[in-house]
Design a protein around this ligand. Structure first.
Ligand code: NDP
Length: 396
């Protein structure tokens, strides 16, 4: 009997709950809890209709450790799968420690009042998880997540040493909206307005936000797109865990229309996280902006096209230079047909389910806090092919 408690009923929570429900022999009972219970109930109704399974739902403020502890004690899951927001990570890890339950998330902790994400806060839980014999798996989405597993797979099977890594995230889809983000707008805009950062010869090099651009010719008919250098959280663990790495960068595609809107919004202060006084009330401009932008979950029926996310790696194998590319292509329309979501939520939700499956079946087991590349990539890669995110390896 393996019960999973999923926390967060947004775009990603919708996919994770559907994908867990598709695997009843691993996830024998599912509870979905979130701040707004009606969103959990709508997802439960969709699962009943599409898959014919009942799941339980609950209202939960995941910032409140005592509330989460009480819910865990009553439902008694084997694992807490956190797809709420990064702000909740530490409170949920505390609740897991208190109740003796394993933990998984898809994005690293970020304090609400500082647009800064790094693993130090969650890595600080290492000893406490070890002492309790518990496992915490960090970043089991696509990027971070599958990208880390691609690197582990390449390190195990394709290279003796990886010297250069470029993670390239392309969304070649179109939702037809003037401006919308594919995952939580507040988290997304905080991330992309930060200074860029990449790793070269043992140190971090900073760049102005979105100031470096390259064109990459994506496979299978997607074609060339402009990609912008950004800092992304998986770089922090990968530079520690990949042997011989000399350079690591992360790139993401943006349309000119998206960048123009972002520039205007930044220019007039709408992306700021500093509270301003509005008619005697303190409001955070970015949080207000989030409230007027489309919810990522609502983009499902509107989005057409494909995503292509992967890792281009250069290194040596048996004394010879090698360059390889591992990628997945995911169709927004197919994701919508299967679970009623666009591909960004889909490509995050599927690996979250697979990570949970790895832990609940004991294929991945350890005590302490882990990043994805620290575990055996083979069983995870095998399940990606089975559960909707097939991958391709090409020698370049
Ligand atoms: P959404 O904003 O769509 O959903 C977030 C959900 O969390 C909402 O249902 C929200 O509730 C709920 N929530 C927020 N605060 C609390 C709280 N205190 N207690 C309980 N529930 C809460 O975001 P997404 O689904 O797009 O993203 C979910 C996570 O996935 C984020 O952390 C994001 O960074 C991560 N992500 C990771 C990716 C990867 O590849 N690794 C890619 C994309 C996203 P309410 O509905 O009431 O607001």
């Amino acid at each position: 009997m393996s019960k999973v408690l999923i926390i967060g009923a947004g775009g990603v929570g919708h996919v994770v709950a559907h994908k867990c429900a598709q695997v009843p022999d691993v996830f024998t009972e599912i509870m979905l809890a979130s701040r707004t219970k009606s969103k959990c109930d709508a997802i439960a109704a969709s699962i009943k209709e599409r898959i014919g399974r009942e799941i339980q739902t609950a209202a939960l403020d995941a910032d409140n450790v005592a509330e989460t502890v009480a819910l865990i004690k009553s439902f008694q899951p084997k694992l807490v799968l956190n797809v709420a927001l990064p702000y909740q990570d530490l409170a949920l890890m505390d609740a897991c420690l208190e109740t003796g339950v394993d933990y998984l998330d898809t994005a690293n902790y970020e304090p609400l009042d500082e647009a800064k994400f790094e693993y130090k806060w969650q890595w600080a839980y290492q000893e406490r998880f070890k002492e309790k014999g518990l496992m915490a798996l960090l970043g089991s989405g696509f990027d971070p997540g599958v990208t880390n597993v691609y690197c582990a797979y390449a390190q195990k099977h394709l290279f003796d040493e990886i010297h250069e890594l470029d993670i390239i995230d392309c969304n070649a889809g179109d939702h037809g909206q003037p401006f919308a983000t594919n995952f939580n707008p507040e988290i997304n805009i905080r991330e992309i307005t930060q200074r860029g950062r990449y790793w070269e010869r043992g140190e971090w090099v900073e760049t102005d936000p979105l100031s470096w651009r390259m064109s990459y010719d994506f496979p299978e008919g997607i074609g060339p797109k402009d990609c912008y250098l950004m800092y992304h959280e998986e770089l922090e663990s990968l530079v520690q865990n990949l042997k011989g790495l000399k350079r690591a960068r992360f790139w993401m595609t943006f349309s000119q229309n998206y960048l123009n809107h972002l520039k205007v919004l930044e220019g007039i202060g709408m992306t700021s996280i500093e509270p301003v006084d509005y008619k005697g009330q303190k409001i955070v401009p970015l949080q207000f902006l989030k409230s007027v932008l489309p919810e990522p979950g609502s983009l499902g029926p509107l989005t057409k096209g494909r995503t292509c996310i992967g890792c281009v790696m250069k290194g040596v194998k048996d004394g010879k230079e090698r360059k390889a590319y591992i990628y997945n292509i995911c169709s927004h329309e197919e994701a919508y047909r299967e679970v009623g979501s666009q591909a960004i939520s889909y490509t995050t939700g599927v690996p979250a389910m697979i990570g949970a499956m790895m832990m609940m079946t004991g294929k991945w087991r350890g005590e302490g806090v882990f990043n994805m590349e620290q575990l055996d990539p083979d069983p995870f890669m095998e399940k990606l092919n089975v559960h909707g995110l097939p991958w391709v390896v090409v020698d370049l």
